[in-house]
Design a protein around this ligand. Structure first.
Ligand SMILES: *[C@@H]1O[C@H](CO)[C@@H](O)[C@H](O)[C@H]1NC(C)=O
Length: 510
């Protein structure tokens, strides 16, 4: 296993020099002008996660207007569930998006950690903050604590996490109340994170990997959706619409990458037909390569992850049909492709209705970059009908999204808090919009926060690095706390953005 790993690392390094020379050629042709400070944006994108921390904050906490919160999570049922991340601008710890954000943050590090320089350490800390919690949440076999906080009561208050007194209800999946999507995503997160720590902390890495295998086993043995088992506790917040099969395959793919065990590969191969991979997408549960990748739908991620893994091993045969599906995904995104099915705003941002749009833009950009690497390694291009799409074109599309977010857009504003000189001032985020504990040590109760919510003043606390939901379909952004669809940041917007920014930081140095 060690040998294989070394081979992979060596190959990865070789492929990077290939990527490098390709860029140099590309830059000479396209003439890239760097208008953004990707290194600054990268640091901030990681710092954001410190603002989302729940639990006892460490002495090296840099986002220091945040304080300890929710220290007793889990105590009411005799379990320690202190820690983890709040998903967005509220104070619930939603396990499904937390696990997905962790998987993507870990993937960002696995893929581009070597390009992060001194930020690698911070990125690893951000991953560990999540995995320490996920280890607690999975410490009893065949049980997962998948959420802490009664979501309706929480959302009904505008209260700092530091003094919230809403019910910290713990929601559980087990044999009789299965939740394969949240369990499998948790397994994927643990397996992906085991790769992050493989060299820097092998003991922690093997703890994560052992737990990942147990959790995957639970997810697979007791199949069912947590949307059914937990009902209104998770729906409509993070209802699983795409079914749990994609998470099972996604987890198996990560476990294969982390263990190299044939059994996980066999699992992928024998279960993928239920998703229609080899049947021309005939499965009614599979919506096809519709330019979708996020906390609910993992299909494109599976295709690109598996292609990436097998191409790293010079094993192109095993990469299909995933490789061709990855190509189809690309064709569903690239603007000039005849099979494009995502929309772009007039200013050039990938736009999907439904709120928190930036999650699509950042996640898709990350996948395009990873797939561009796949293409470069195999010396291929993508054919979308009669259009030929080169890897540098994919990088260009990803760059257009990253640059839009950082300020190259019709309003000339950055959608990352604290980056550039014009950015959202009234984000939908309780901790950011209420006075800090330092400035207002007295308790603020549930409705005591309402005047701060309604205030026209900018938020007092800068949640540096937070990328908000973003502009509407016509590039407008009213900067209103009320419009959470546009003004709320989330962990899963930032997680893949960390990887994309690391890529362009490195690129910027050339
Ligand atoms: C987008 O926002 C702008 C400014 O707030 C507004 O004028 C415009 O009508 C909105 N467009 C859509 C499609 O909602």
């Amino acid at each position: 296993m060690t040998k294989d790993w070394e081979k992979k690392m060596n190959f990865r390094m070789k492929s990077w020099s290939l990527v490098l020379s390709t860029f140099i050629i590309w830059e000479a042709i396209v003439g890239v002008e760097s208008q953004h400070d990707y290194a600054d944006a990268l640091s901030k994108s990681i710092l954001f996660f410190e603002g989302q921390r729940s639990g006892k904050l460490p002495s090296n906490q840099r986002m220091n207007w945040r304080k300890d919160s929710a220290l007793d999570d889990g105590h009411q049922i005799g379990v320690d569930l202190e820690g983890g991340y709040y998903d967005a601008g509220d104070n619930v710890k939603f396990g499904f998006p937390m696990a997905f954000s962790t998987t993507l943050l870990a993937w960002s590090v696995v893929e581009y950690g070597a390009l992060m320089g001194s930020e690698l350490q911070h990125a690893e800390e951000a991953v560990r903050w999540a995995t320490d919690y996920l280890l607690k949440a999975t410490s009893n076999r065949d049980v997962i604590y998948v959420q802490v906080g009664e979501p309706y009561e929480d959302h009904n208050c505008w209260q700092r996490p530091e003094d919230m007194n809403t019910p910290r209800t713990v929601y559980v999946v087990d044999k009789d109340h299965p939740g394969s999507e949240v369990a499998a995503e948790t397994a994927a997160a643990l397996a992906a994170a085991s790769l992050v720590f493989r060299l820097s902390d092998p003991t922690y890495s093997s703890t994560l990997l052992n737990r990942a295998t147990e959790v995957f086993d639970f997810a697979d043995r007791y199949q069912g959706s947590y949307s059914q088992s937990l009902g209104s506790a998770v729906c409509p917040f993070y209802c699983d619409f795409s079914g749990y099969k994609d998470e099972l395959l996604w987890a198996a793919a990560w476990l294969h990458k982390a263990t190299n065990m044939q059994s996980y590969w066999n699992y992928v191969m024998s279960n993928m037909n239920t998703l229609g991979w080899t049947q021309g997408y005939t499965d009614p549960n599979y919506v096809g390569p519709n330019g979708e990748f996020g906390w609910d739908n993992k299909h494109a991620g599976i295709d690109i992850l598996i292609s990436n893994e097998f191409l790293n091993l010079h094993d192109a045969e095993n990469a299909d049909p995933f490789y061709s599906c990855a190509d189809e995904f690309v064709c569903s995104v690239v603007p000039e492709s005849p099979s494009k099915c995502v929309e772009y705003s007039p200013g050039g941002l990938i736009f999907k209705p439904g709120g928190s749009n930036m999650q699509h833009s950042t996640a898709i950009s990350f996948l395009l970059l990873v797939h561009a690497g796949n293409l470069i390694r195999t010396n291929k291009v993508v054919h979308c009908g009669n259009i030929e799409v080169s890897p540098s074109r994919l990088i260009q599309v990803a760059k257009s999204q990253v640059d839009y977010i950082l300020g190259s857009n019709p309003l000339g504003m950055s959608y990352m808090v604290g980056y550039g000189n014009k950015f959202p001032q009234k984000i939908h985020h309780r901790a950011s919009s209420l006075p800090s504990m330092d400035n207002h040590p007295d308790h603020i109760d549930c409705k005591g926060g309402t005047p701060y919510f309604q205030s026209q003043d900018p938020n007092p606390n800068l949640l540096i690095g937070a990328v908000v939901g973003g502009p509407n379909a016509t590039d407008g952004y009213p900067d209103s706390r009320d419009l959470f669809q546009q003004s709320e940041p989330t962990t899963y917007i930032n997680a893949p953005f960390v990887g994309a920014l690391a890529f362009f930081k490195f690129h910027n140095f050339l």
